[in-house]
Write a protein that binds this ligand. Structure first.
Ligand code: AHN
Ligand code: ZN
Length: 326
């Protein structure tokens, strides 16, 4: 019981206050939330895309890893590059690197922020068959979440929240077995290889965090984020806190208080293996064929599909969540 109280009390505290401005009055003191810059986040997304598709075992992938590491270091994070040779469903060995940036290591209270940074090697959902073996530029499906987290890292480095923060850019999420290759249920674990590795070999043995938040496809114009089902199963208090914060900031049109899909994504392995209650903020449109938008896993996942307003809704919401934690 004690453990549960420790885990959830701050989230309830956070739910108890509503705020729309930068400075927030609580019973104890004023909380100042640094202002998220959507322009800056957008540039961080574009910069990744400019390397080309960040498919494991390619030059663009290595170059982008170097960029992400140097950015986190420049923002003042302690950075660990967790390298691993991971075996894909087709036997390919993926030279993977999870990039971990930590702030305020003295704090035992940790918040975990996650996004995958790799690109899918095949645009297997492309309407044109001749495009289906081309890689995905992954502006939204990858770079958008990383761009939001880089902008958060920039702000955290200048003005730390009370809690410690670990940002992980996860590799080899999107090398999952194409549906055309068959495999059924057994292919589920072909996704999220970098996360599976990290959860089994955390950068700090026995690593724990108060909660985790995964960002996946958080840049599309007019994106909708529904309550993803595994997030609600493992971490409904975190979903409530984030969706509540978004609504009070005026971002309710993005964060829909509706049931979403049940999605195999990085948060599943974090929840199952580490026990850290972790949610997925993922664009989900129940009316589109795949649920993830028409550009998903096509050659059209390019910068045209990234909107500063959506990046801002997600980044601003998460800044308020983070700076209200004690
Ligand atoms: C599946 O397609 C099984 N899960 C979605 C995970 C994903 C892929 N997120 C981005 N790309
Ligand atoms: Zn993908």
């Amino acid at each position: 019981m004690r453990k549960i109280l420790i885990l959830f009390l701050p989230i309830f505290q956070l739910l108890a206050c509503t705020h729309t401005t930068k400075s927030e009055q609580t019973s104890e003191k004023t909380i100042s939330v640094p202002v998220f810059s959507p322009d800056s986040a957008y540039l961080y997304v574009k910069k990744q895309v400019d390397f080309g598709a960040r498919v494991p075992n390619t030059i663009a992938h290595d170059a982008c890893a170097g960029y992400l590491v140097s950015k986190l270091k420049r923002f003042g994070a302690e950075v660990i590059e967790q390298k691993a040779d991971l075996k894909a469903f087709d036997g390919t060995i993926l030279k993977s690197v999870n990039i971990i940036g930590s702030f305020n290591l003295k704090s035992e209270t940790r918040i975990l922020l996650l996004s995958h940074w790799d690109s899918r090697p095949w645009a297997d959902n492309d309407p044109k068959p001749e495009n289906r073996k081309k890689p995905v530029m992954a502006a939204n499906d990858g770079a958008s979440g990383v761009g939001v987290l880089l902008e958060m890292a920039r702000l955290i480095g200048k003005n730390q929240p009370e809690v410690g923060v670990d940002i992980i850019f996860l590799d080899s999420e999107d090398y999952g077995q194409p549906e055309s290759a068959g495999g059924g249920q057994s292919s589920e674990d072909s996704w999220c290889l970098g996360t599976q590795y990290w959860a089994q070999h955390p950068h700090v043995p026995g690593y724990q965090a108060r909660f985790g938040i995964l960002l996946d496809m958080v840049g599309a114009p007019g994106a909708t984020f529904c309550r993803e089902q595994a997030s609600d199963y493992y971490a409904s208090a975190v979903v409530n806190a984030v969706w509540g914060q978004a609504k009070s900031l005026g971002f309710g049109q993005y964060f829909k208080d509706e049931k979403g899909g049940a999605i195999t994504d990085d948060h599943i392995y974090v929840n199952k293996i580490t026990g850290i209650p972790t949610i997925d903020i993922i664009h989900y449109d129940p009316n589109s064929g795949s649920g993830f938008g028409t550009y998903w896993h096509t050659t059209h996942d390019i910068m045209d599909n990234v909107d500063k307003n959506t990046l801002n809704a997600v980044g601003t919401t998460l800044m308020h969540v983070l700076y209200n934690e004690k």
